[in-house]
Write a protein that binds this ligand. Structure first.
Ligand code: ADQ
Length: 473
């Protein structure tokens, strides 16, 4: 019933011409004095897309985040939200299984061994079908639909079959692997065919686009012309669209009196160290947290760094805790933190402050502003927004960025102190170069990264993609 009503409404409301389809809806349910309410979530994707969605009175199709039947459609900040239901078994098989235990590790260079199960694949297909059906019901005729990320790679083809009138874009937020790795994936052709349902398939880097085009040729024999392949008389284009952040929002935040005061307070609470090294990551095995800790421990034990004049603050946001790889990672990281503190800490002055918590934007901004060295050392990362947030936060041109060559961001933030995170010596050297950097040299580097970032923010990302798709941005 509800769906019929909405289909009618959407079709009548000609102003709604843009649909985003993502695993999660861009809202969180929060408990207030007067009951529960939905609030726009602070994520980067939401921020980058919000102006376009609000301008077009857009539609967002996604899961609301809890198991069980979907609630009726609702509206937040002018965006029409259409929940898709996931059962507990869908969460186990489609989300934790196929998405996060098969595709996620495989696409990140198999830094953890991917698991392959036929019932996970079946659940993935079934949930993708559900998203395609939900989108079919709400997308106005001729509208542009932008499908997001690795959980929904089959949706473009499923949607095209149902709705040839739509302009369909797809963007992958994580790396797209080289052919040797991708070929391990059971159902590999189905994924490529799924993506080819789009008019435009976007990746974080040119290499991702190349890998995809290469696979379309290798698996399906499709001939490419430049960055396009022709599929059943249609042209499908691939391209690189590096995702970014709301630079202005971060700059405004760090320049508030509260955030500045908090940054100073953080340094004071830490005992005013000479060098504050900061790590901020989802607790994920792709982020290289263990490698970073190992490098730090070796620098301390070799006496190249000393406590308490050096302190590492590692924020590790809880993530995917029911997935086995993640539970094991947490144990390993916490053991290593304990070991470093046991060896190098003092009463009231640990060598590592480990925080397994989520923070508000302003607390993160204060941490960025307080840090001398931001250590971003993923083994593989589609982009890494933390690196960009740090650069945006340094309106004072202070601080240095240590960045993994294996993060998409390394193609853009070229003046960072680069490292190969698989090589502990390389992390150690990059940390030392960043710590010992001459102030004016470091400020020059920060200045040029900031200039780049201001010209390449999240709005530009979204508008470049949508313009290439041929949808108004
Ligand atoms: P993620 O793997 O989640 O994203 P990342 O790009 O670093 O990684 O974004 C993390 C976001 O979470 C940042 O905005 C950060 O501020 C926030 N965050 C981290 N720790 C937090 C904490 N403790 N409290 C609150 N917020 C915290 C995926 C891909 C990336 C890609 C993005 C966007 O894996 O490679 O950059 O999508 O495309």
């Amino acid at each position: 019933m509800a769906d019929e009503r909405v289909k009618g409404e959407a079709a009548e409301d000609g102003r709604r011409t843009f649909v985003v389809v993502a695993n999660r809806l861009p809202v969180d349910e929060v408990v207030t004095d007067t009951g529960k309410e939905w609030r726009r979530s602070p994520g980067g994707l939401v921020t980058a897309l919000h102006p376009i969605l609000a301008g077009h009175r857009g539609i967002w199709v996604g899961w609301a985040g809890a198991a069980g039947p979907a609630s009726a459609p609702f509206e937040v900040d002018g965006i029409a939200l259409h929940p898709v239901a996931l059962s507990e078994s869908d969460i186990v098989n489609y989300y934790e299984g196929q998405s996060n235990s098969t595709i996620w590790p495989l696409y990140h260079d198999a830094v953890e061994t991917p698991a392959f199960h036929r019932h996970w694949r079946e659940a993935y297909r079934e949930v993708n079908r559900r998203f395609a059906d939900a989108t079919d019901r709400v997308a106005p005729p001729g509208s542009a639909v932008w499908v997001q990320d690795y959980q929904l790679q089959l949706v473009p083809a499923m949607l095209r079959e149902r709705r040839p009138d739509l302009r369909i874009g797809f963007f992958l937020h994580i790396p797209f692997p080289p052919i040797e790795l991708f070929m391990q994936l059971p159902g590999r052709e189905e994924i490529i065919r799924g993506l080819l349902g789009a008019d435009l398939v976007g990746f974080q880097t040119p290499l991702g686009a190349q890998n995809f085009l290469h696979l379309a040729h290798h698996l399906l024999g499709l001939r490419r012309r430049g960055l396009s392949v022709s599929v059943e008389g249609r042209s499908v284009r691939a391209g690189s669209f590096p995702v970014s952040i709301d630079v202005g929002e971060m700059e405004a935040l760090v320049d508030t009196i509260d955030v500045r005061a908090r940054a100073d307070e953080i340094r004071s609470e830490l005992g005013r160290p000479k060098t504050l090294i900061l790590g901020v990551d989802r607790l994920d095995y792709t982020k290289g947290i263990q490698h970073r800790l190992n490098a730090y421990r070796e620098l301390l034990s070799e006496g190249r760094l000393d406590t308490p004049e050096t302190v590492l603050v590692q924020v590790a946001t809880p993530s995917r805790e029911r997935v086995e790889h993640y539970a094991r990672l947490r144990e390993n990281v916490e053991r290593e933190v304990g070991r470093i503190n046991g060896e190098f800490g003092r009463v009231g002055a640990p060598a590592v402050h480990y925080l397994h918590q989520s923070y508000s934007r302003s607390e993160l901004a204060a941490l960025y502003r307080a840090a001398d060295v931001m250590a971003v050392t993923p083994l593989r990362d589609g982009m890494n927004l933390v690196a960009k947030e740090y650069v945006a936060a340094r309106t004072d041109l202070g601080g240095t960025l240590v960045l993994s060559e294996f993060a998409g961001a390394a193609r853009e933030l070229r003046q960072a102190y680069m490292c190969n995170p698989h090589d502990i010596n390389s992390i150690k050297d990059a940390l030392m170069r960043a710590i010992e950097a001459d102030r004016s040299e470091a400020a020059k580097r920060m200045h040029s990264m900031r200039r780049y970032l201001r010209d390449h923010d999240g709005r530009k990302w979204a508008s470049d993609f949508l313009t290439t798709l041929g949808a108004a941005a």
